[in-house]
Design a binder for this molecule. Structure first.
Ligand SMILES: [Zn+2]
Ligand SMILES: [Zn+2]
Ligand SMILES: [Zn+2]
Length: 88
């Protein structure tokens, strides 16, 4: 990919989800809108359109900057730290 940050460049193979749920929302019986997958640890969490914004919280807590969309048909990657968006 061109014009991306080193965080994205360092990823060789994208981590994919294992089950299509937000792991944090499931614990509290909450609902989510869309799902993202952390590329550092592989956790699947919800997006910023969701009430709890679990992936953004995960970034601030863990400093794992890079996520991909878990939505079918969406092929994009995002780095929170550098605010870089790229399609793949
Ligand atoms: Zn970055
Ligand atoms: Zn969630
Ligand atoms: Zn993570």
């Amino acid at each position: 990919m061109k014009n991306v940050c080193e965080d994205i460049n360092n990823i060789r193979e994208f981590k994919q989800e294992t089950n299509h749920v937000c792991e944090e929302c499931v614990k509290t019986n909450s609902e989510w809108v869309h799902l993202r997958i952390c590329q550092a640890c592989g956790v699947t969490l919800c997006c910023d359109s969701s009430p709890h914004k679990h992936m953004t919280k995960h970034y601030h807590r863990s400093n794992h900057p890079v996520v991909i969309s878990a939505e079918p048909g969406e092929r994009w990657i995002w780095c929170y730290k550098h605010e870089v968006y790229a399609e793949y």
